[in-house]
Unconditional design. Structure first.
Ligand code: HEM
Length: 435
């Protein structure tokens, strides 16, 4: 007699609750509660969508969804939250369109091109640190959340448009992108204001095509990219969607990551001391290249992204039936992966709640399952901007930590806010103490 595995006829355990993950402000807290109760596979029902959602936190099942059987999964419902902003850019698109666009964009984000962005990253940091210096001299605090958000926006805009940012600003009477840093709501009103920016971007593209100025920025690279099969450039509509995608995907995530990192450092003086020691051991003003090679700095950033991954929810939907961890996954099931939960999976991480950059020493990383750490996801749809983000974060943290010890002012209670990104609900008000 052939006996059927009991797990294969079962569904993952779950609370039996109706729960549209991502729709409510307490989604992450609730997911964490269920995770503590049910473990690496659990199931909730989403009544509005009429589907089951499996939340998976087991690295091997995650490997299957993201890599070995990735063709069986589309991006899922999470993407609806950003579709209205990003049109058909690569964050959203699927199939042949996604594949073609990704292939054309990929080379611009290669590690070896990061050197093109050093000067602009350095300039944006210089401006920010001069502001902090002036405030420190007056004994004032800084709104770190706002400042870092403005800086990461500026960095991605300069990377895309270089000096043409001024051309765009002149055309519409001021930097049209500040709406991104100034407004935190990501509702339909915001989407309408943001999509209106497609027009000036389209005009800039036309102007560049007519005058063919010499530029080495991202927009120039995207305009020069050719599809390897057809030899054709991207149509303007795609160019605009990709530019908008890079602005949104590249700015808020990096800002959230840095915001959490400064929060963690301010509460861990021993880690700060080791970071300062590594920086102070360099002779004179370090070059960006030297900064990128600092091991402890890299570990601190990796560890901050572990505890508070800005992309806290990855959604996928099964196209055909599959099986994960012994559970059948019927076609149409939503499969959600929360890097926040996976990064605190006690089977993969000792003392997961503790901020400990040493867990990112080379030897420790080699021993761990690669799919236990997913700040930039993995597989074909992994973050295209990973090298860009890490370059930007390392240079910023090094330059700021060389000059200041940043301490949280007063006894602010800081809570998490898990919306499109994982942010702090309250802005971090910090005191920059010159070193
Ligand atoms: C700390 C900073 C960042 C984090 C944590 C982050 C995280 C992520 C995650 C989790 C995804 C996958 C989303 C999904 O599969 O549903 C993603 C995709 C993406 N990211 Fe990032 N990101 C960061 C910075 C950036 C930057 C700087 C850029 C560009 C300048 C960028 C551009 C993109 C794009 C275009 C995609 C879509 C890729 C595709 O589907 O082919 N990201 N990112």
């Amino acid at each position: 007699m052939i006996s059927q595995s009991p797990a294969l006829s079962a569904v993952p355990p779950g609370p039996g609750d109706q729960f549209e993950i991502g729709d409510t402000d307490d989604s992450l807290e609730r997911m964490a509660r269920y995770y503590a109760e049910y473990g690496d596979f659990y199931r909730v029902h989403a009544p509005r969508r009429g589907t089951d959602t499996y939340v998976i936190s087991d690295p091997e099942a995650i490997r299957r969804v993201l890599v070995t059987n990735h063709r069986n999964y589309t991006k899922g419902v999470g993407i609806n939250r950003v579709k209205v902003l990003l049109g058909n850019g690569i964050m959203v698109s699927e199939g042949e369109l996604w594949h073609r666009q990704r292939r054309m964009m990929q080379p611009s984000f290669h590690r070896r091109h990061m050197v093109n962005f050093f000067a602009n990253i350095e300039n944006c940091n210089r401006a920010l640190l001069a502001e902090w210096q002036a405030r420190a001299a007056r004994g004032e605090t800084v709104n770190l959340t706002e400042d870092v958000s403005r800086m990461t926006l500026d960095i991605v805009l300069r990377a895309l448009f270089s000096d043409d940012l001024e051309v765009l600003a002149n055309r519409v009477g001021g930097n049209p992108f500040t709406v991104l840093a100034d407004e935190s709501a990501r509702d339909l009103r915001f989407a309408a204001r943001f999509r209106a920016l497609a027009h000036p971007i389209g005009e800039l593209i036309k102007q560049r095509r007519e005058r063919a100025p010499l530029r080495r920025d991202l927009l120039a690279m995207l305009m020069q990219a050719r599809d390897k099969n057809s030899g054709l450039p991207m149509p303007d509509k795609s160019l605009i969607d990709e530019v908008m995608t890079l602005i949104v995907a590249g700015h808020e995530t990096t800002a959230s990551g840095l915001n959490w990192l400064w929060y963690l450092l301010s509460g861990h003086p021993e880690v700060t001391r080791r970071l300062h020691a590594e920086l102070d051991a360099l002779e004179g003003e370090p070059t960006p290249q030297q900064i990128l090679e600092l091991p402890y700095l890299g570990q601190v950033i990796d560890e901050a992204l572990r505890l508070y991954p800005p992309g806290w929810l990855i959604t996928r939907r099964a196209i055909a039936d599959d099986e994960l961890g012994g559970y059948p996954v019927p076609a149409g099931t939503d499969v959600f992966i929360s890097p926040y939960l996976v990064h605190r999976n006690p089977r993969c991480w000792e003392r997961p709640e503790q901020f400990d950059p040493d867990r990112f020493r080379d030897a420790a990383v080699k021993e761990r399952n690669r799919f236990a750490y997913l700040p930039f996801v993995a597989g074909p749809r992994h973050c295209i901007g990973e090298a860009f983000a890490l370059t930007e974060m390392r240079i910023h943290v090094a330059r700021a930590a060389l000059r200041f010890d940043l301490q949280l002012a007063g006894d602010q209670a800081i809570e998490m806010e898990a919306r499109v990104n994982l942010r702090t609900r309250q802005p971090l008000i910090m005191r920059p103490l010159p070193r």
